[in-house]
Design a binder for this molecule. Sequence first.
Ligand SMILES: Nc1ncnc2c1ncn2[C@@H]1O[C@H](COP(=O)(O)OP(=O)(O)OP(=O)(O)O)[C@@H](O)[C@H]1O
Ligand SMILES: [Mg+2]
Length: 353
Amino acid sequence: MTGLFKSKSKALIGVDVGSSFVKLVGLSKHSKGYKVESYASVHLPEGAVIDNNVQEVPVVAEAIEKAFRIAGGKSKNAVASVPTSVVISKDLEFSRSFTEDELEEQIKVEADQFIPYPLDEVAIDFQIKGPSKDDPELNDVLLVACRQDNVQSREDAVNGAGLQCDYIDVDTYALERVFPLLSDMHDLKDKTVGLIDIGASNMSLYVLEDGEVVYSREQVFGGNDLTHHLSQASDMSADEVERAKKTGELSEDLVRGYVDPFKQTTAQQISRSLQFYYSSGTHGELDMLLLAGGVAGLDNLDKTVEQELGIRAQIANPFANMQFNSKINRTKFDADAGALVLACGLALRTFSE
Ligand SMILES: Nc1ncnc2c1ncn2[C@@H]1O[C@H](COP(=O)(O)OP(=O)(O)OP(=O)(O)O)[C@@H](O)[C@H]1O
Ligand SMILES: [Mg+2]
């Protein structure tokens, strides 16, 4: 089994491999809280990651290597993740008297029942959550599984960059780790919160209750649409558009003609995603939305969403109360903060357990 949940005390660089950017974050912990020691965001060539699959391992490895050079961190130990949508997880109960070997054996038997792939193509891990509420003779066990090639290609890309990939995590757990930082900031204790990650090609809604993800859903939508429209409407290449989006160097005409309508479309897509959530009927009304991912960097997107949907919305910024290594350019960092949320949650793994 892959050791998904175990942790060592070495500083881990969080490596978020998205469909269009690789993001790295390195953190340290002090008496006053966390400090961002290093970070970088590097654009990936089109086709390197498609539909959540790393298609071109050497190309992704090269981008991670470049990001590591830019970030200039010390530790080479790293943690990357697989998207929630490629993972199957299940809550199970097993006798507390099982030895570790017996438990592994039983878990394989159970896994074979509900995993739709041959077990030798699957990476499986589990975490013992503690005694079951209903029967103290049993332990609650969380089982997590995904196709081995999803894990392997990410691990190969990180190792191919000259780093050492200690763990492959799951996006869900990384975001759960970030959530307490956001919850303190926005006073979200006991609230039901929708965390929305809008990247280049995917938008994911995570609903959290008591800090745990109770619902997640991914849909195809992201900043690529805006990038394509902007590069068609101007004489800029896609790379130039990417830079201009981050620095805000777009003409007023382009902002009025494309960026503003895109913000409206984004609000509509979020609304659609919430409709799916509410029609699932599983959990309560959302008290607040937090926006993450690169698209959250759009000027005042939170205000547009608030106006259109009539629900409190803010940009998720887990870094707001952190200290920063003096080599970090804060203006550049702040423009990327939304996109770095997941990498932050991965880096936080250094301090868990
Ligand atoms: N400040 C900004 N303003 C507007 N758009 C931005 C900004 N920064 C990044 N973006 C856009 O956000 C997208 C990249 O976000 P992110 O890095 O979260 O995506 P990704 O993780 O690579 O993609 P995905 O999660 O869909 O696989 C790009 O479309 C980029 O143009
Ligand atoms: Mg992403």
